[in-house]
Design a protein around this ligand. Structure first.
Ligand code: 9UX
Length: 72
């Protein structure tokens, strides 16, 4: 059982930004896949909902220095 979410990420201006967001998400235990689109300002994350909450993903992105909003 996995959960998939899309997160709007604001503040990424180069591919190093999107790589660091991707790395910050992937570093969380329970994340299976994280793909970040610089052009779409979005992250797509697949994770184990027993280990992480949506809010944990948001917090990791914000700790990396970007604004994040989990999309409905
Ligand atoms: Mo390049 Mo992205 O300095 O902040 S990593 S713009």
């Amino acid at each position: 059982e996995v959960r998939r979410i899309q997160v709007k990420v604001t503040g990424m201006t180069c591919s190093a930004c999107s790589n660091s967001v991707e790395g910050a998400i992937m570093a969380l235990r329970g994340v299976e896949t994280a793909t970040v689109s610089l052009l779409q300002n979005k992250a797509h994350v697949i994770f184990d909902p027993r280990l992480l909450k949506d809010e944990d993903i948001k917090d990791a992105i914000e700790d990396a220095g970007f604004e994040a909003e989990v999309l409905p």
